[in-house]
Design a protein around this ligand. Structure first.
Ligand code: SAH
Length: 404
């Protein structure tokens, strides 16, 4: 054992409730000389075992609990067991015709600091903490034993690694010929029976926004025969589902041209070239204003999707972010035809579901519209939320329609 974290009296309560983080302020004493990512024992002041954690000396969260079970060691068997358990649970909830899914959702799958997504025969890992970094070798070994046919790629090019004192890294961990060029650029996954290109090397996050799968499926209910505006489209997921459901017109908007190029090819891949779909590169905030202006003839839509990137990255940015959410929701509400539907999302974990609803309500009010919620969506079930870890919920959506 590399060391021990002794928790201040009274500060052990969160751990006893199985919340997996140890904050520096809760630590009375560090015994031994644990290094970056080392596995340490977490004890109360009387020496009772609370958990076994990965040590992050540079982070405010200095311990991330691997296990609350004193009999469980953090080794190959441990990671293999966690991965097998997660896989069983995914198999129970994934919709048919779906080969892209989140296998490990960090803390919620009792593997803090680890994100693992599956895209057909490629596994993409993000190692976000010092502990995850240190265990890279054994994690890959465990993945190979559970998925012997799969290749493994790492996308640990994320800012949060800085807080942990880690550099950003990407590359093949197993398979191909261990070179970046051996990763197929045109990886194809299936999602609810639709085919999608995923670029695991240059795409956002690990390649695709798997968490919005259920919301994309939900647009099918509203899209038939309708004019759909898909804002922040990325590779066109919502637009593709809308086209497949018989939309009369779809426009995908994104600032990223490479993402829009993939969006176009996704339509061809699914034999949907005959649907009227436009791809517009630009800033959604500006484009929505243009559509509202008189000289564009006051263009209107029946279904609008607003799926922006994370606007809130710290508590300090919450107010400014709310203004951003309010602005796009106000503009979208104005652009709807009578009976129109707005599917509006926030993936900012620091913005609560209630506050998000309030901000959308404010925007709609400013637009002079009356709307009602007819459905709510959350991150799909392969992105579960561990019950004692409410921080695991980050993605929420409202389906609202114009009254009248
Ligand atoms: N709806 C998508 C995921 C959207 S992710 C899906 O289902 O897969 C957010 C997207 O917003 C990214 O593709 C990013 O390029 C784009 N984006 C961020 N800011 C933008 C802006 N101001 N205007 C247009 N696109 C923006």
């Amino acid at each position: 054992m590399a060391g021990q974290l002794i928790i201040k009296q009274g500060k052990e309560k969160a751990l006893l409730r199985k919340h997996p983080w140890v904050f520096t302020g809760a630590v009375a004493k560090i015994k031994g000389k644990p290094g970056l990512g080392d596995t340490v024992e977490v004890l109360d002041t009387r020496g009772n075992f609370l958990g076994r954690a990965a040590y992050s000396p540079h982070s405010q969260i200095c311990g991330r609990i691997w296990t609350f079970d004193a009999n469980e060691q953090v080794d190959f068997e441990f990671f293999k067991g966690r991965i097998e358990r997660a896989l069983r649970m995914r198999q129970a909830v994934l919709p048919e015709g779906t080969t892209g899914y989140r296998l490990i959702a960090g803390e919620s799958d009792a593997l803090p600091g680890i994100t693992i997504d599956i895209y057909a025969n490629w596994i993409v890992c993000q190692l976000l903490s010092a502990g995850a970094e240190l265990q890279r070798g054994v994690i890959v070994e465990a993945l190979r034993s559970v998925f012997p046919e799969h290749n493994v790629y790492e996308r640990s090019d994320v800012d949060v690694r800085k807080k942990e004192g880690l550099e950003q890294v990407t590359g093949v961990l197993h398979g191909g010929s261990h070179g970046k060029n051996d990763v197929p650029e045109e990886l194809v996954i299936e999602e609810n029976g639709l085919k999608l290109y995923v670029d695991i090397v240059k795409g956002h996050k690990t390649g695709y926004y798997l968490d919005q799968r259920d919301a994309r499926q939900a647009i099918k209910k509203y899209a038939k025969g309708k004019r759909v505006l898909n804002c922040f489209s990325y590779t066109g997921g919502f637009g593709l589902y809308a086209a497949a459901a018989g939309a009369s017109f779809v426009r995908n908007l994104d600032m990223s041209q490479p993402s829009l190029d993939i969006a176009k090819r996704n339509l061809t891949l699914n034999g949907l070239d005959d649907v009227d779909v436009e791809h517009v590169q630009g800033d959604v905030f500006q484009l929505l204003r243009e559509y509202l202006s008189e000289d564009k003839g006051g263009e209107k839509f029946d279904v609008i999707v607003l799926d922006p990137p994370k606007f809130v990255d710290s508590k300090a940015s919450l107010t400014r972010a709310c203004r951003g959410y309010k602005d796009i929701n106000r503009l979208a509400a104005k652009l709807l035809n009578p009976g129109g539907i707005l599917m509006t999302f926030s993936c900012s974990g620091l913005l609560s579901t209630e506050l998000f609803q309030k901000v959308v309500a404010d925007g709609v009010l400013d637009a002079g519209r009356e709307m009602q919620i007819i459905d709510r969506t959350y991150q799909a079930a392969d992105h579960p939320v561990s019950l004692p870890y409410p921080e695991g919920l980050y993605l929420k959506g409202l389906v609202v329609r114009l009254v009248g």
